[in-house]
Design a protein around this ligand. Structure first.
Ligand code: URP
Ligand code: ZN
Ligand code: ZN
Length: 475
C-alpha cells in the first residue's frame, strides 16, 4: 500500500546537500518541497520526526540494466523488483539503458523499454540509449531527435565484439551528433578487438574458468580505450562521460582531461571499491558472481578510486546493476567463461556501502557522498535542480537516513530477485529509514510500502540545461 501525502512536515532533520549541512524542517505540499526553515509554523496532514537523522536528497543511479536481454539471457530484475530494491536503498530515480537491437530504430527500442516500465515503476526513471547500429544516415538523423523526447544521453560500447561493440567511425559520428543536439556521450571504454584476441588465445589454451574473464581484459585496455574516447570527443566537440571506471590506467587520462578543462567526466561503481580480481578466483564457480565488465581489478586500485572520487577526477558513483541469478544464469558459463552473462547486482546497497566505508571511515565527506550519489548524476543527466538536491520547488524525493541503524547486507534480505549479494554478510551502520518520491512514502521504517505505478518517466533536459522545477513530469 502506498501512503499518498498531500502535505507532510519533516521535523528537525539534519539536511545534507552537496553544499550544505544544517538543521531545519521541510514542508512538502503535493509533490514538491514548498518551505524549508527552522521550527516551521505550519499544519500538515502528516509529520515525520527526523531528529537525529540525516535528510538527504533521493539518490539517483545513472547506470542500471533492468529487464535487459544480454549474454543469452535476461537480467533477473524487472522494473518492479529492481526499483523496489532501489527504493529500499534510498534511490528514487535512475537512468536505465534502452538497448537498440541491430537494425532497430530508436523509436522501436524506446517503445519496448517504455512497455517494460509501464505500470511497474516504483521510482522515477529516464532512459539512455545504447547505440549499436547507426549504419544508415536515417538512424543518425533519428539520433539527433532524441533530446526532443527527453533522451539526452547515449552509450556506445567500445567492447563486447560482435554483440554491442561499435567501431571508431560510429563512435565519432555519434559524438558529432551529440555535440550538435545537446546530448551527453557515454562510453564503455575497453578495447574490444584486443580483448577478443586474448579471449580466443585463452580458450585455445583451455583456460575456461571465471578468473580468465579478468585476465583477458587487462587494465591497460581500459586505459587505452578511455584515452581514445577522450581524444575523439575532444575533436568532435561533444561532452563525454566514461562509465564504470575501475583502475588507475583509466582514472589518469580522465583526471588529465579534467585538469585541462575538457568536457570529460567519469563514474565508478560501488563494487569496484570492494571487490578485486581475487574474487573471480574463488573455488566452486563462485567466481562467476563477480564476472562483470570491466572486471574487478587488483585491490591496489581501491585507494586509487577513493582518491579519484574525493578529488573529483571521478564525479559519480553508480551501481551498473545488471543482476543475473548465479544458479541458472551465471552457470550458463560453467564450461566457458565467455558464456557467463556479464553483470552483478547492487542497486540497493550503494548508499549504505558508500556511507559506511566512505563517510564513516573518513574517506569522503557527507556532502561529497551526496554529490556523488545524487547531485552530480542529476546535473550531468539533465535532472537538476528538480532532482538531486533539497530546495524549495524541487521534487520531494527525500531520504530520512538513520546514521545509527545497523544492517547486514544479504541476498536473504535484499529486495532484488538476485540469488546472491556482492557484499554478502557485510555489516553497515547507517541506512534509510523512510524514503519519499515526490511526497509519496515508498519506504516506511525500512519496509517497502510503495505500489507499482508510483514511478514516472522523466523527460530529461539537454546536457548543461536545467530541468525546470515548475515543469510537469510527463508519464
Ligand atoms: O558487466 C556489465 N557491466 N554488464 C552490464 C553491461 C555494461 O557493460 O554496462
Ligand atoms: Zn558497460
Ligand atoms: Zn552497465
Amino acid at each position: 500500500m502506498s501512503l499518498l501525502s498531500q502535505s507532510l512536515l519533516i521535523r528537525g532533520g539534519r539536511i545534507v546537500t552537496a553544499a550544505d549541512d544544517y538543521l531545519a524542517d521541510v514542508f512538502v505540499e503535493g509533490e514538491r518541497i514548498s518551505l524549508i526553515g527552522a521550527d516551521l509554523d505550519v499544519s500538515a496532514e502528516r509529520t515525520i520526526d527526523a531528529s537525529g537523522r540525516y535528510l538527504l536528497p533521493g539518490c539517483i543511479d545513472p547506470h542500471t540494466h533492468l529487464d535487459m536481454p544480454f549474454g543469452g539471457t535476461v537480467t533477473i530484475d524487472d522494473f518492479e523488483s529492481g526499483q523496489g530494491s532501489a527504493a529500499c536503498g534510498g534511490t528514487t530515480c535512475h537512468v536505465d539503458f534502452c538497448i537498440q537491437g541491430k537494425g532497430q530504430t530508436f523509436a522501436e527500442a524506446l517503445g519496448a523499454w517504455h512497455a517494460k516500465a509501464n505500470g511497474k515503476a516504483i521510482i522515477d526513471y529516464g532512459f539512455h540509449i545504447a547505440v549499436t547500429d547507426v549504419a544508415d544516415e536515417e538512424r543518425l538523423e533519428e539520433l539527433a531527435t532524441l533530446p526532443e523526447q527527453g533522451i539526452t544521453s547515449y552509450k556506445l560500447f567500445m567492447a563486447y565484439k560482435n554483440v554491442l561493440q561499435v567501431d571508431d567511425e560510429t563512435l565519432f559520428r555519434a559524438m558529432e551528433v551529440a555535440a550538435a543536439s545537446g546530448a551527453l556521450v557515454m562510453v564503455h571504454a575497453e578495447n574490444g578487438d584486443a580483448i577478443d584476441v586474448l579471449v580466443r588465445e585463452a580458450l585455445a589454451r583451455g583456460d575456461i574458468a571465471p578468473i580468465h574473464h579478468a585476465l583477458t581484459r587487462p587494465p591497460e585496455l581500459e586505459g587505452e580505450a578511455t584515452n581514445r574516447a577522450i581524444q575523439l570527443a575532444r575533436i568532435a566537440g561533444s561532452p563525454l562521460y566514461v562509465v564504470h571506471v575501475t583502475c588507475r590506467e583509466a582514472v589518469e587520462p580522465i583526471r588529465r582531461a579534467r585538469e585541462r578543462g575538457w568536457n570529460v567526466w567519469g563514474e565508478t561503481c560501488t563494487q569496484y571499491f570492494f571487490r578485486s580480481i581475487d574474487d573471480l578466483a574463488q573455488p566452486g564457480f563462485e567466481g562467476a558472481k563477480y564476472v562483470y565488465s570491466p572486471p574487478a581489478r587488483d585491490s591496489s586500485n581501491h585507494d586509487v578510486l577513493w582518491d579519484a572520487v574525493r578529488t573529483d577526477a571521478l564525479s559519480a558513483i553508480s551501481t551498473d546493476h545488471c543482476a543475473f541469478l548465479w544458479d541458472g544464469q551465471k552457470t550458463l558459463g560453467q564450461d566457458d567463461f565467455t558464456k557467463i552473462p556479464n553483470g552483478g547486482p547492487g542497486l540497493e546497497d550503494r548508499l549504505k556501502m558508500i556511507h559506511h566505508f566512505g563517510v564513516r571511515e573518513g574517506r569522503i565527506s557527507l556532502n561529497r557522498m551526496v554529490d556523488l550519489l545524487a547531485t552530480q548524476p542529476a546535473k550531468l543527466f539533465g535532472l537538476y535542480p528538480r532532482k538531486g538536491t533539497i530546495a524549495v520547488g524541487a521534487d520531494a524525493d527525500l531520504v530520512v537516513f538513520d546514521p545509527q541503524r545497523t544492517q547486514t547486507l544479504s541476498a536473504a534480505t535484499h529486495h532484488s530477485k538476485c540469488d546472491y549479494n556482492l557484499y554478502e554478510g557485510t555489516e553497515v551502520v547507517g541506512a534509510p529509514e523512510h524514503v519519499l518520491l515526490r511526497g509519496t512514502v515508498l519506504v516506511e521504517d525500512g519496509e517497502l510500502v510503495a505500489a507499482p505505478g508510483t514511478g514516472r518517466f522523466v523527460r530529461r533536459a539537454r546536457f548543461g540545461e536545467p530541468l525546470e522545477t515548475g515543469a510537469a513530469v510527463s508519464s
